[in-house]
Design a binder for this molecule. Sequence first.
Ligand code: NAP
Ligand code: MG
Length: 402
Amino acid sequence: MEKIKMTAPLVELDGDEMARVIWHLVKEKLLLPHIDLKTEYYDLHLKKRDETDDSITTNAAYAIKKHGVGVKCATITANEDRKIEYSLKTVSASPNGTIRKILDGTVFRKPITFCTITPLIPRWKKPITIARHSYGDVYTSTSMDVEAGTRAEIVLTSKDGREKRTTIFNFEEDGIVMGEYNLDSSIRGFARSCFMHALEEKCNLMFATKDTVVKAYDNKFKEVFEEYWDKYKKQFENAGIDYTYTLIDDAVSRIIKSEGGIIWACKNYDGDVMSDMVATGYGSLALMTSVLVSPDGSHEYEASHGTVKQHYYRHLKGESTSTNPIAIIFAWTGALRKRGELDANQDLVKFCDSLEQACRDTIDSGAVTKDLFELSSSENKKIVTTEEIIDLIAKNIKLKFQ
Ligand code: NAP
Ligand code: MG
C-alpha cells in the first residue's frame, strides 16, 4: 500500500533514556512503514541541549508556535547528579518549563482507558482530563520566616510611588508568611484554552476554586471563567456539553463519585496534586497523555511519564525491559491527528484511529507490559517485553491496512 502523505510538518522533539529508545522503535516499526513522515526534528537529548546552551529547546518551542503542532519525547531535567553523569557544562532549565514559558497555555492530562484494564477506582469508566493552569501561584511565591513582634503587610507601590497597604497578621510569636501572585492575561488564557478544549473534545467542563475563603484571589479566577462561559454558552449548548463551577472540596467529591468523562480545570497547585491522584486512580503513569494548548491555538503532545531512568539502565546492561510504550504512541497519534485535522488529511486521521485501535486490540488480547499485569482482567494475560509489545501492535496495525 502507498504511504500516507503529509502536507505540513510536525515539530518533533526527541528526548532521553528509555523514552528515547521507545520513541525510535515507535517511529521505525509503527509510523514509517505507513506514513511519509514529515517532521521538523529537534534533538533535545541532554547533551545536545548542553552543547547548544539550550538554544535547541527555545528554537523547538518557536517552531511549534510557527507550525502549530509538536510532539515531544520525555527529557531529563538536569540536576547536579546528571551534570556529572553526562559531563555537562551547566545545569540547564527544565525543557518543559522553557517550552511552557514560550507557548503559555494549559496542560491537559488525559488517561487512556482499555476494556480489560480496570482502574484502581473502578467507577471511572471514561477519562477524567485534568486541565492544569501552569503559571504563578505557589510556584512563583515568596515566603519568609517571621520573628515574634513583627507586623506582616502587603504593600503595593504604584509607578508614581503611591502605596496601598494591608496588614496580613500581627505576629506575637514566631511564624511564617508567604506572598503569591497571578496575571489576568494568564488566567484568561487558561480559561479560554479550557473552553476551547472542552468544545474540541465534546466533553463537560468543571472548574473549582476556594473562593469562599480566598476572596479576591480565587474570585478573579471564578469571574474570568464566568466571563468566558457567557461567550461560549451557545457553542456548548450546540455541542450538547455543559460547564459547572463549584468549590474545590465539592469537585473532589464529585470526581470520586463520577464515571469520568469530564475535563476538570484546576488552579496550578490543585492541578499538580490532583493529576497525580487521577493518574494513580486509573492505574498507571504510563497510560496518561498530556497536551499543552496555547492561547494562540498551538498544540504540543507528550506522554506524562518521564524518561524511565531505571529501565534505561537495565537496557544499557543488555537486560530485557518491559516498559509501556502506550502513552508515547498516543502522543504521536494525538499530534498526527491534530496535523491531519488542520490539513484536512483524512487518511492521516484514519491512520491515527487505526493505530490506537491496534494498541487496544493488543492490550485487550492480554499482552501487557509489567506495569499493567495486575490491572488486566484478560484471561490470557502475560507480560511481554518493550520490543515484543511494539511488534504485536505493528502486526495488529498491518492487519488493519491489508
Ligand atoms: P519516570 O520516568 O516517570 O518513572 C518513574 C517510575 O514509574 C519508573 O521507574 C517506572 O516504575 C514507572 N514508569 C514510568 N513510566 C513508565 C512506563 N512507560 N512503563 C512502565 N513503567 C513506567 O520518572 P523518573 O524515572 O523518576 O524520572 C526520570 C527522568 O524523567 C528525570 O530525569 C526527570 O527529570 C524526567 N521527567 C521528564 C518528564 C517530561 O519530560 N515530561 C516528566 C517527568 C520526569 P518501576 O521502576 O516500578 O517499573
Ligand atoms: Mg504532581
